[in-house]
Design a protein around this ligand. Structure first.
Ligand SMILES: C[S@@+](CC[C@H](N)C(=O)[O-])C[C@H]1O[C@@H](n2cnc3c(N)ncnc32)[C@H](O)[C@@H]1O
Length: 215
């Protein structure tokens, strides 16, 4: 199902992974089967090599809203996370076809997704609802975090209502309020790594950050 999901946009009329619009495509005969076959075989190879490396690391995967992690009973040694980039993306929308095919509920994903363009551009939410969502997530995760453990965040600047928002400052405030200290900040220009970058005077100053905090 994961292999099937990964080829869905390519073999459907959806323009791309980051554009939910129908376009006409010229696909080769038998495209679904041949792409699926290639993808599934590639995934099997990767799974085997990953398992060979990671066989001693038991792993559990949960699907949940990060603002409610009460079911997590284990102590956490380290957090590495990349929250949604404010007003940059609509995950529920770009993955809508995939979710429908996989029997998942995209409406619930839409409602729970924070930072989405749907919330901030279509429905004009301000930055406060984003800060509240990140704060709630950090505070839930912090309950189970070991003392002196690191919390690493990958995040990028945003544009909201035409203004650039420096996200390192926003995250510093959220984390310092919850008793963390910052141990490191690595920054780089967003356009260096984003192919979909559209040059304009504002995006020119967008940076991404790796922010490391400790409690
Ligand atoms: C910048 S992406 C990071 C993706 C991830 N690091 C990866 O490599 O696949 C942000 C992710 O946060 C997810 N997200 C949005 N709202 C969420 C919520 N309330 N709880 C948990 N995850 C959420 C999005 O669906 C998206 O997958």
């Amino acid at each position: 199902m994961v292999a099937f999901s990964s080829i869905l946009v390519k073999v459907s009329n959806q323009d791309s992974d980051t554009r939910y619009a129908a376009i006409k495509k010229k696909l080769p005969q038998n495209a679904v089967w041949s792409y699926f076959d290639k993808k599934a075989k590639d995934m099997l190879k990767r799974i085997e090599s990953f398992n060979a490396e990671a066989s001693n690391c038991p792993c559990e995967v949960y699907l949940s809203d990060s603002r409610n992690l009460d079911f997590l009973k284990k102590e956490i040694d380290l957090v590495i996370t990349s929250p949604p980039y404010l007003n940059s993306y609509d995950y529920y929308l770009y993955h809508k076809h995939r979710m429908l095919w996989l029997g998942l509920d995209y409406r619930s994903a839409q409602e729970k997704e924070f930072g989405s363009r749907n919330k901030h551009s279509d429905n004009h939410e301000g930055i406060e609802s984003y800060v509240d969502a990140v704060t709630a997530s950090v505070s839930h995760i912090s309950k189970n975090l070991k003392k002196n453990a690191h919390f690493c965040v990958i995040i990028g600047d945003a544009i909201l209502k035409g203004e650039i928002i420096k996200m390192n400052a926003i995250f510093d405030e959220i984390f310092l309020k919850q008793g963390y200290t910052k141990t490191r900040e690595i920054r780089f220009e967003q356009r260096k790594y984003t192919r979909t970058f559209t040059p304009n005077i504002k995006t020119k100053f967008k940076e991404s950050y790796i922010l490391i905090y400790r409690r």
